[in-house]
Design a protein. Structure first.
Length: 254
């Protein structure tokens, strides 16, 4: 009964489609809560982009996960921000990522889609790859020029690991969570103008989806090499400042 209730809850909270090895997630399609009270506003067009890429790539090649926007609009609830998790074992997003891993033990090429403002950086795309770079430096070094070649066709400025890195010292980002499960996870920040263009222009959206296909094609080749076959990464414990201080005080009292 508890398992059925959990599945029913996931059906209400999340939209999950597809069975493909390209995993696309959109954690900020609705307003979320950080640090118990801080509201992070929804990022425009994220929900639409996730679903549009799913339609273009198809269910055999693509898996998508995002919030059920209709449910949260109807209930006026704010879920916990999965990109700002301090205890991932309590995160329904991490639990679902683990479920993907169990159902399909093959690696996932994982793009976690985010929205940044036009003036956040001088670029229209920011690839946050610090998490995967820390755990898989060799593979990341090989894949970077592949990503560059694929996205050069869009003729828009982009950068790697600048302002948005897909990593946090006092939190687990969605990309970080994916990397811990052996996924090749990238936090992809997209400017408002480009998000709108993907949403409104079918031609540009197809180009964007084709860039993802190109990356996947080469990534799939790399995954067949013995040096990249480890399927799970040993988790490195993060040191959270507040927790660390509390422990120190307790020791002094003793």
């Amino acid at each position: 009964m508890l398992f059925r209730s959990y599945i029913s809850m996931l059906d209400s909270l999340l939209i999950i489609r597809g069975k493909g090895p390209i995993l696309i997630t959109g954690p900020h399609a609705v307003r979320t809560i950080r640090n118990k009270s801080e509201i992070h506003h929804e990022e425009e067009y994220i929900y639409e982009i996730v679903n549009k890429l799913y339609k273009l790539l198809g269910p055999k090649l693509c898996t998508v996960m995002t919030w059920n926007v209709d449910f949260f609009e109807d209930t006026n609830l704010y879920p916990s921000d999965p990109n700002f998790a301090t205890d991932i074992e309590k995160s329904i997003w991490f639990k679902q990522l683990k479920s993907f891993k169990r159902k399909n033990p093959k690696f996932y090429l994982h793009l976690d889609i985010h929205g940044m403002k036009n003036h956040s950086t001088k670029n229209h795309l920011e690839f946050g790859m610090k998490a995967v770079q820390l755990h898989r430096p060799g593979l990341t070094q090989h894949m970077k020029p592949v990503i560059e070649e694929a996205f050069d066709t869009l003729d828009i400025p982009y950068s790697f690991n600048s302002k948005f890195q897909g990593w946090g010292m006092n939190k687990y980002t969605v990309a970080n969570q994916g990397v811990l499960l052996g996924f090749f996870s990238i936090q992809l920040e997209i400017s408002t103008d480009i998000r709108k263009k993907i949403h409104t222009s079918d031609v540009f959206a197809r180009k964007f989806a084709n860039s993802i296909r190109k990356i996947y094609k080469q990534w799939k080749v790399e995954m067949k090499k013995p040096k990249h076959r480890n399927k799970t990464i040993k988790r490195k414990k993060k040191r959270f400042n507040s927790t660390k201080k509390k422990k120190t005080k307790t020791r002094h009292k003793k």
